[in-house]
Write a protein that binds this ligand. Structure first.
Ligand code: FAD
Length: 497
């Protein structure tokens, strides 16, 4: 409520925010979470909370009047369509050189993501977070994060025969025939539930392709894990459809946090101010960094240092499809939860997730999201004339990612006598190089903050989300974001509260 005072305010309810809220509450601290997206706890008139990937509707996109699907065309036909403007679950946020996809709602990215829960290889960790003690991460915080998130492997025997993973078995065959390691990757989907979907005993979710616009069943989102436990403490309140616009030192100590209440058209229906002793920025790499860049430039948080806004990367994301021969059908039934990838990180700087293309028809296509070693880093800056934060990423900066992905797929195509699909990204583009699912950085650990996420310049302000990670995690990022948040909040609670 307007005028309230709270000991700890958390901006955003994704991975970093959920870890912070749970651990603070368990330590006896009352927490208020402010989330600009919806609660996603109420079904629509079709009885479902979320829309299907193949039939986006008003629930699917954050404040757009036309969908912006990651695949813009299929078999030469554009697939985007008009939708009513609504505070939907997936944001396709457009900057000059890149579209950044993000989850919006209580649970953040966990509502829309593929659930791939990857702990980076120990030997690669030093390149991910060079200032963090790897022994502690692998002994304590990665295990804690994996447990908290409910991470599990698919049953290999079931996977070998399940119709819905034919596409992944084709992916394995092609990887292995070209000599690439094929590795299984754990997920947060409830595998027993998926088996029940396959036998027809329960309402289907992954097996009807639900993922990008939310899963109605089966996926262990943060709503079912960290946030459920946080609610059980009785110390955490969550305000959905509330957006933080400012944080500034308060006269009597602590911070004044300005908040806008939104309706489902995105209109501001009220503005509120609360005071908080401590504020945790957990609005995601883009959300946190946009706030900090604006607040520093406009003088609300003038003492933030010159690292704010820097070190942003796209985790080297690039997509592509391959056209298979008729004898390599990938299946008209494809589980929306990926289970595996092709690991050419050491030799070629690419880890390619064997991704579903859940169209409901046989496509003879293999589809991949590659995570690559891309050294390019962008910066966010305040554009005073336009009153917004800009990002200077350039589309051409994806070239190192394309080159790395080609170390895998040129070889597979040569071996199999196949070609790239050119009908997925508009025009005759081969590479999905216009987007990222994995924004990282902008308030990098050890640079904009100390080695535990305390912002330099203003005591009592913390960054605890993907903004801390310097642009690339080498693998899908949410386990690392969660583990780092577990590490940092433990220290912050012990030393600062
Ligand atoms: P987020 O989870 O983004 O949470 C930030 C929250 O803050 C959001 O809910 C947002 O609405 C809210 N917010 C922002 N600004 C404000 C504000 N001003 N006021 C109030 N609230 C605000 N990662 C994996 O590891 N494995 C995968 O399989 C995977 N698949 C993905 C698929 C898709 C389609 C997408 C989009 C992402 C995927 N990711 C995946 C990435 C992963 O979801 C993100 O890395 C992760 O969610 C980031 O966590 P976070 O805590 O930094 O922020």
């Amino acid at each position: 409520a307007d005028g309230a005072a709270v000991p700890a305010l958390v901006i955003g309810s994704g991975y970093g925010g959920s870890v912070a809220a749970l651990r603070l509450a368990q330590a006896g601290v009352d927490v208020h979470m402010v989330e600009m997206g919806m609660a996603w706890d109420t079904p629509g008139s079709d009885g479902k909370i979320f829309a299907n990937t193949t039939a986006p509707d008003y629930r699917s996109f954050w404040l757009r009047t036309r969908t912006k699907q990651p695949l813009s065309s299929f078999l030469g036909f554009p697939i985007d369509k008009d939708v009513p403007r609504f505070t939907g679950v997936l944001d396709a946020e457009e900057f000059a050189g890149i579209t950044v996809y993000q989850g919006r709602g209580v649970g953040g990215g966990s509502l829309v993501n593929g659930g791939m829960a990857v702990t980076p290889r120990r030997e690669n960790f030093g390149a991910v977070l060079p200032t963090v003690n790897a022994d502690e991460m692998y002994a304590t915080y990665y295990p804690r994060a994996n447990t908290g998130l409910g991470v599990a492997h698919v049953d290999p025997a079931w996977w070998e025969s399940a119709a819905c993973y034919q596409y992944a078995r084709v992916g394995r065959k092609h990887a292995q025939r070209s000599g690439f390691p094929f590795v299984f990757v754990p997920n947060v989907y409830d595998w027993e539930y998926m088996k029940q979907e396959a036998t027809g005993n329960v309402p289907k979710s992954a097996l009807v392709g639900e993922v990008l616009y939310g899963n109605n069943h089966g996926k262990k989102t943060l709503q079912k894990t960290y946030l459920a436990r946080a609610a059980q403490t009785g110390r955490v309140t969550v305000s959905p459809l509330h957006r933080v616009t400012s944080v500034a030192p308060a006269a009597g100590g602590g911070y004044t946090v300005a908040i806008e209440q939104l309706d489902t058209t995105g209109a501001v229906t009220a503005t509120k101010a609360v005071t908080a002793d401590r504020v945790f920025f957990a609005a995601g790499s883009v959300g946190t960094t946009k706030l900090l860049v604006k607040l520093k430039a406009k003088g609300q948080l003038p003492l933030l240092n010159g690292e704010i806004g820097k070190g942003w990367g796209d985790n080297g994301n690039v997509m592509c499809g391959r056209a298979n021969h008729m004898w390599d059908a990938t299946g008209k039934l494809q589980a929306s939860m990926p289970t595996a990838g092709i690991d050419n990180w050491a030799a070629g700087g690419a880890f390619a997730e064997v991704a579903p293309l859940p169209t409901g028809i046989e496509t003879y296509a293999s589809f991949y999201l590659s995570i690559t070693r891309n050294p390019n880093r962008a910066a966010f800056t305040w554009n005073a004339a336009a009153g917004r934060v800009d990002l200077n990423w350039q589309t051409a900066w994806k070239q190192p990612s394309i080159d790395a992905a080609k170390t895998i797929f040129d070889k597979i195509n040569a071996k199999e006598g196949t070609i790239y699909r050119t009908d997925l990204f508009g025009g005759s583009k081969i590479w999905g190089d216009h987007l990222t699912y994995h924004p990282l950085g902008g308030a990098v650990l050890g640079k904009a903050t100390d080695n535990y996420g305390r912002l330099h310049g203003h005591a009592g302000l913390y960054v605890i989300d993907g903004a801390l990670i310097p642009g690339n995690a080498g693998v899908n990022p949410f386990v690392t974001i969660t583990a780092l948040a577990e590490r940092n909040i433990e220290r912050i609670i012990a030393a600062d509260f």
